[in-house]
Design a protein around this ligand. Structure first.
Ligand SMILES: [Mn+2]
Length: 422
């Protein structure tokens, strides 16, 4: 879906219908987990986040991603209990005082709670313990996401019974994106591309990095996205060489490159996009030379993406190695060193409900994965850092670039910068 189609749908009031995961899909995800639970007579206890954990004063409440993946439930304090043949959602008791602060929250006693939640049995949180113990009578295993706070809470309840990590069951499911997830990811990408274009239109010497940040965040906020997928990284000149620079408080100079690693999270799904442009509108000879090498490395890695390849640093299937080999074979530092060692981070990661979605680098890619390919070279001595980051959908026999609407060829970038009204 294009940004324009989406804007039309929004104007028609069709937003939530166009961009959401159907209730059936959440049920199907739980059913997949239940198949696994049936195999080893397991019970899953999944705690949603509470407001104490995530809802501090600086951020609104956001649901724990795997909990959200299986339920779509966005209110705090819920617990999911899944057995091979049953499902329960436990909700905190409603409180009128709390509701005056937060607005009315759902409660287990609500008449429509089954259809609102899509879960077969919804009970008040006070029924959690007794229900868990009933279901544990015939169970052999307890699965939970291992997290210090939540695991200790559960351990107190179940005593000596061992708790198994749920992550290896749910993470592989989350790694393969559905059609509806891909539509939501594409929407996050489209509005983030718009944010980059707005930044390009504004970038100029004399401006502070945070002003570029303000412009970018406002674009995806205007589009209804709930937050940045990660703190915007806007590094000019020497700051472009700092990988997770996010103070964004330097005034830009005309000879700088400007590295922008910025994207929104919309309807819970993240984007992750980096481009590097010349503040003046034209790359210097050296900047252009390095940019061309890095783009070549990125294109070599992208061309190699297909099921079976790895994000890992080692091995013959390593996409990282393809990029580094290319860097080593092209261009040099001022001291004559090959450029590979200046790529000081990994080649990419999975993206989804989290910007760094679950996925171990040594796990072979499979169709349906959404990943980044983001080589970078960072030369502090020259004050030049360049990263180009695209998002890709791994397909049956290759990959499709999802962020292709944002140019990365240096001529195309310069042309757009040149056309700015000044
Ligand atoms: Mn990234």
């Amino acid at each position: 879906m294009t940004a324009r189609m989406l804007a039309i749908l929004c104007a028609m009031g069709g937003w939530s219908a166009a961009i959401s995961v159907p209730a059936d899909e959440y049920r199907a995800r739980r059913a997949k987990v239940q198949t696994r639970l049936a195999e080893d007579h397991g019970v899953l206890v999944l705690y949603g986040d509470t407001e104490d954990e995530r809802g501090n004063l600086r951020s609104r409440f956001f649901q724990e991603p795997s909990f959200y993946y299986l339920t779509g439930w966005v209110e705090p304090g819920a617990v999911l209990l899944l057995t091979e043949d049953d499902e329960y959602l436990f909700l905190p008791a409603r409180s009128e005082i709390r509701d005056t602060y937060t607005g009315r929250r759902a409660g287990a006693e609500d008449a429509n709670i089954k259809s609102v939640s899509g879960i077969r049995t919804v009970l008040p949180a006070s029924k959690f313990e007794i229900t868990l113990f009933q279901r544990l009578e015939s169970a052999k295993k307890i699965y939970a996401l291992l997290n210090i706070n939540r695991t200790s809470k559960l351990k107190k309840l179940v005593g000596a019974r061992p708790i198994e990590n749920f992550a290896p069951l749910v993470f592989p499911l989350r790694q393969v994106k559905s059609k509806s997830e891909l539509a939501m990811i594409q929407h996050s990408i489209d509005v983030s591309v718009d944010a980059h274009r707005a930044a390009w239109a504004r970038a100029a010497s004399g401006l502070f990095e945070y002003q570029i940040g303000a412009t970018m965040v406002s674009v995806y906020s205007e589009a209804g996205c709930e937050r940045s997928a990660y703190p915007p990284i806007i590094g000019s000149g020497p700051n472009s060489t700092v990988l997770h620079y996010n103070r964004n408080d330097r005034r830009m100079d005309s000879g700088d490159v400007l590295l922008m690693d910025v994207a929104g999270e919309c309807s819970m799904y993240a984007a992750d996009i980096t481009r590097t442009i010349p503040v003046s509108g034209k790359f210097s000879k050296r900047q252009r030379e390095l940019y061309d090498v890095l783009l070549g490395a990125q294109e070599a890695a992208i061309a190699a993406v297909k099921p079976g390849m790895l994000l890992a640093r080692e091995g013959e299937k390593s996409l990282f190695k393809i990029a580094v080999d290319y860097l080593n074979a092209h261009g040099k530092s001022l001291r004559g060193e090959p450029l590979g060692k200046f790529m000081t981070h990994g080649i990419g990661h999975h993206v989804g409900l989290e910007v760094h979605d679950p996925g171990l680098p040594q796990m072979p890619l499979e169709a349906g994965n959404v990943i980044t390919i983001e080589p970078g070279i960072y030369l502090p001595e020259e004050g030049i850092g360049i990263r180009i980051e695209d998002m890709l959908l791994v397909t049956a026999d290759g990959a499709r670039v999802l962020t292709g609407a944002l140019p990365k060829e240096p001529d195309a970038i310069e042309k757009i910068l040149h056309a700015r009204k000044r």
